[in-house]
Ligand binder design. Structure first.
Ligand code: SF4
Length: 281
């Protein structure tokens, strides 16, 4: 049995949120610089240069990469031989979220009630936690700070089993292109195929946490990822809708078994801030 204190989890979650809120993903930085090297349009070059400058200024000045510091979303893999001492896993993570909000500080971005009396919780709580129970004595937390603009343009549909891979490719491309500049491109696109009505969006969100542009292990799905990426980038929305070849940086597909009568497809969009990391205990 491994014992992990809630203080240890809270401190590491706090440190991780601060780190990803200030330091852009290295793969994103590389892609943006490569796009800048290839770009001719002055207005697109300006936008790309602003991003490069933002990636340098944010950690240097300890000001978050974006004013929308996001909702904390955590996918936990909790081994059956792990015991958390002093609090539940949710409480420990929430303590880390609150500490990070105060420490940086980050904009408080969460309402207690979604519709009436939209009072701000004031500390970015609560996080959203998904727990998968695993064997062994390790606890892994995949953490994301998810911006509202990109989340708002995410979408899903319950397709029927006669739907083809080409239908899904077209559906994803059209949905992302129709979102235009609102999700803050260049984007990372998570696609969940299978499961059911609640699982497909979770597959899509979990796909965003994969290393950027790491292809699906099965060639039929990695080919779909490549076709969707090419199709989106050919349509020319570009960075913040200003044009150019880089509307999406990567497409990640995640799949699960599904009912014989269904074929759910969900698309979760992440913006260029793309804040995510993995903690292991
Ligand atoms: S979608 Fe992303 S880049 Fe746009 S405002 Fe929200 S966090 Fe910032």
């Amino acid at each position: 049995m491994k014992y992990v204190s809630h203080e240890t989890i809270a401190q590491k979650v706090c440190d991780a949120i601060c780190e990803i809120s200030l330091n852009c993903d290295e793969d994103v930085k590389k892609l943006i610089k490569e796009a800048l090297d290839k770009e001719d349009s002055p207005i697109v070059r300006d936008a790309l240069k602003s991003l490069v400058q933002n990636h340098e200024l944010s950690p240097a000045s300890r000001v978050p990469l974006c004013q929308d510091t996001g909702t904390t979303v955590v996918f936990a893999e909790l081994g059956n031989n792990v015991r958390i001492i002093g609090a539940t896993l949710f409480e420990a993570i929430e303590q880390g979220v609150i500490a990070a909000q105060k420490s940086l500080p980050m904009r408080a971005s969460m309402y207690k009630d979604p519709l009436f009396n939209r009072e701000n919780s004031g500390d970015n709580s609560p996080p959203i936690l998904h727990i998968e129970h695993t064997h062994g004595d390790s606890l892994t937390l995949h953490i994301a700070q998810k911006g509202g603009g990109a989340e708002n343009k995410s979408f899903m549909q319950m397709f029927t089993p006669s739907t083809t891979a080409d239908d899904i490719i077209e559906y994803v491309i059209n949905g992302v292109v129709n979102a235009g500049s609102q999700p803050c491109p260049p984007l990372v696109i998570g696609v969940g195929i299978g499961g059911n009505f609640e699982q497909a969006p979770l597959l899509a969100k979990r796909a965003l946490m994969r290393k950027l542009a790491l292809p699906h292990l099965l060639p039929q799905y990695s080919q779909m990822e490549a076709k969707i990426l090419e199709g989106i980038n050919k349509r020319g929305c570009g960075i913040q809708g200003l044009g150019g070849d880089l509307t999406a940086m990567a497409v990640h597909i995640n799949t699960a078994p599904c009912h014989i009568a269904s074929l759910p497809v969900a698309v979760n969009i992440d913006c260029h801030a793309h804040r995510h990391c993995t903690l292991r205990f």
